[in-house]
Design a protein around this ligand. Structure first.
Ligand code: RIB
Length: 338
């Protein structure tokens, strides 16, 4: 249970919400017996008076929270930049939390945030389950799920087209002449990684060289990309195209291929996913499917603040387009420059 609501307190005490409010705000008559029932219910539910103060008084504090899964990955600070710029323009302060993809850490943040009178939360991680989200919604705490969000209409979502982006990556690798393309996939508990893997499989499943062993697990980090290449080339030494599920794994793949003496792109072409700046400083620079990272963050902040100011009641789903950025890691001279 993340947040007990004023309705939960009233139900447990067997009184109206208005009576609970009178007890909490010490205004209006409440007999001693009823007051004690309400106080007992508040204690049992560990109800937060701060939340009531905010809800009842309609108080806004001009503060929102952004919970990110891994601030060591350059993807997330760029997205946070978008959130912060729009929030600042609209007069809001952003509290930034890093959950390390740990549900326990994320819930501890939420406990702290409850006491901070925040007006809303943007979740860019995915450790919360639907029950958690429903609890927060019951408390009328506006929230937006960003990036790793399932497409559902129960809450506002901002994400990019992961499946289509994977198809774009494979199509490009085929166009530059790759004959056997492998996929380094991200942790499958993240919907973004799952959709990219499905996009890869649907693009190559019908091809004569396809085998499930051409998909190797990564961890969305550089070391995961390196380990995946070692595993992959021991299984399939003839692989000549790599689609990495994010740019950090593509960077790791490039380094591992270099250590194995493989020439990129001549012997093995690489395509990443995200569009972080790191892919511009490698040699060769890495071709990637770029997400509109900054725009995802700025849009999430706009959607959340519209929910806070109640100008928008609906739960919009925004799926943003991705784009292929062609660079040296796939420049084999075969593809016609469009
Ligand atoms: O690089 C981190 C990955 O996790 C990105 O692809 C982003 O979409 C998130 O899901």
């Amino acid at each position: 249970m993340l947040l007990a609501t004023i309705r939960d307190v009233a139900k447990l005490a067997g009184v109206s919400v208005a009576t609970v409010s009178r007890v909490l705000n010490k205004n209006g008559y409440v007999n001693k017996e009823t007051e004690q029932k309400v106080i007992t219910a508040i204690q049992q539910l560990q109800y937060e008076p701060n939340a009531v103060a905010r809800g009842l008084a309609g108080k806004r504090t001009g503060t929102i929270a952004l919970i990110l899964p891994d601030i060591s990955n350059p993807f997330f600070p760029e997205m946070a930049r978008g959130v912060e710029d729009v929030a600042h323009q609209l007069g809001y302060t952003v509290i930034l939390c890093n959950s390390d993809d740990h549900g326990v850490k994320e819930r501890s943040y939420i406990e702290v945030l409850k006491k901070k009178y925040i007006d809303g939360i943007i979740f860019a991680s995915n450790t919360l389950d639907e029950t958690d989200v429903e609890e927060m919604q019951k408390n009328d705490l506006p929230l937006v799920i960003l990036d790793r969000a399932p497409i559902q209409d129960t809450f506002s979502v901002v994400r990019s087209k992961n499946y289509e982006g994977a198809q774009l990556a494979v199509k490009h690798l085929l166009e530059v002449g790759c004959k056997r393309i492998a996929h380094i996939y991200g942790p499958q508990e993240f919907l973004t990684a799952k959709e990219r893997m499905t996009g890869y499989e649907d693009a190559v499943r019908h091809l004569p060289w396809y085998s499930p062993s051409l998909m190797v697990p990564g961890n969305f980090r550089i070391d995961g990309g390196m380990k995946a290449i070692e595993q992959l080339l021991s299984r399939h030494p003839d692989v000549d195209g790599i689609f990495a599920g994010n740019d950090l794994m593509a960077v790791g793949a490039l380094k591992a291929l270099y250590r194995l003496g493989k020439k990129v792109p001549e012997e093995v072409a690489i395509c990443g996913f995200d569009g972080i700046a790191l892919t511009e400083i490698t040699e060769p620079e890495i071709t990637t499917v770029a997400q509109p990272i900054y725009e995802m963050g700025s849009l999430a902040a706009k959607v959340l603040i519209e929910k806070i100011t109640a100008t928008v009641k609906a739960n919009p789903i925004h799926e943003l387009e991705v784009s292929l950025i062609r660079r040296g890691s796939t420049k084999r001279g075969r593809e016609t420059d469009e």
